[in-house]
Design a protein around this ligand. Sequence first.
Ligand code: MSP
Length: 524
Amino acid sequence: MSPKPFYLTTPIYYVNSVPHLGTAYTTIAADALARYRRMTGDDVFFLTGLDEHGQKVAQAADEHGMSPQEWCDSIAPRFLETWELLDISNDDFIRTTQERHKRGVQAFWTKLHDEGYLYKGAYEGWYCVPDETFHAEDQLVDGKCPGCGRDVEFIREENWFFKLSEFAQPLLEFYATREAEGRPFIRPETRRNEVVSFVEGGLKDLSISRTTFSWGVPLPFADNHVTYVWIDALLNYITAVGYGSDDPADAARFERYWPAQVHFVGKDIIRFHCVIWPAMLMAAGLPLPDSVFAHGFLLTKGEKMSKSKGNAVSPAELAARFGVDAYRYYFLRDVQFGADGSISMEAMVQRINGDLANDWGNLCSRLFNMVGKYFDGRVPDANGAGEEEADAAVRAVADSLPARYEAAMTAFDYAGALEATWDLIKATNRYIEESAPWNLAKSDETRARLAAVLYTALEAVRVAALFCAPVMPRTSAEVWRRMSLGDIGAVTDIEAAAKWGQLPSDNPVEKGDPLFPRIDKDAE
Ligand code: MSP
């Protein structure tokens, strides 16, 4: 069977600032799913990139005495470095100033223009530069942006408009159809309700161009108009996979990967992705994505963390302090994906010391150590003794893991997937405690039982490492390496790989350093 395409995206990030924990959060979540889907054999295309146009970016450039392009070119490497540091396995990195993108944007709006979906009009109203969003007078809250509470500026200019209002009904029908088919377009459900009631209230036509500044993609059919940054940005999802190119290879790529399986977004940008984006695609006669998943905000001391609020910590600092895998684990385990989540150093240290150092790291060390001590560092042969109830119980937990993990990941429930994996890790720890190999090692008579116990625990570790790998690729690869199991990154059928009993007897096992050193709470 040929692998099925699985296309997933993060938002493209504004280059007015460097990566922070919020943007890294979406990217790590998408990465864990991309890695998992590669392990289930899908042909994954994982896209991330940068949103380089718009007033906000032009302003940032200006403040730094650079041209917008120079500014973008100076920030782009900061994102690339951070993603590399966090082991992000994206297959492409789109920048909206790239030719391939600009060409696609122009092709798209030319098509909608030709098909009569656009008209010229006068826009008068308010604009929030930090959010790059238009607001009518009656939407303002105390004269400020209803989204972020910051100052808005009055604009009066000639704009081109997209007849978004015509799509309210088709959108409502679309959401309902997907719902009825059991594959909801908007997830999680709370967001769905929010979007549906918004669209039920009716939609206004959308301004799609700006004339009072020039840092954007020129609209091909209208002199002096540049594309409004949001409708330029949304198109990255199709231009990156080849839309708008004459090259047959690009056309084939577009055919293969579009529509996307999931767009990951933060809850603040859901209307763009769940209302404007599908309406644009409908107007262009293009297929609609499977789903948009909106995660919540990371909060520190009850506040949304963001660069502009000055409470953002750099991902690089945290990764250097705690390790990349521990960093990735904490955010996906401690925050329920889809809900807002408070994050703190205390909670992070607790997770690392508890789940990672004590449960998982320690399981590996003590086990590998015992293999070294009792079996010369080789996987013992378990065939000498029959399976006892306790062994079967561990095996049963391992056997149930692939299905539980798959169900959780299909629901974008990372915490659930990790919890299922931890059920195996904890069961194995309990099993070792109860079987007490150190006592079995005291007599020759119990040597076969000792071999069986260590084999069972090692096999459980082999399986657990597989399911830790999407979230913690480094340490999982290391566990497999220490067990002489080869490259975990090459696994393309995780279910088959997880089948019990594949650990070869006699494989050399290396003890190694602790996978997750304990963090000194007080020093933090
Ligand atoms: N450029 C647009 C997206 C265009 S996609 C076609 C944009 N960029 S952004 O850089 O401002 O934000 C990108 C994402 O980061 C958003 O999904 C936003 O929700 C997320 N986060 C920014 N701060 C965040 C937190 N404190 N917590 C979680 N995610 C947050 O919007």
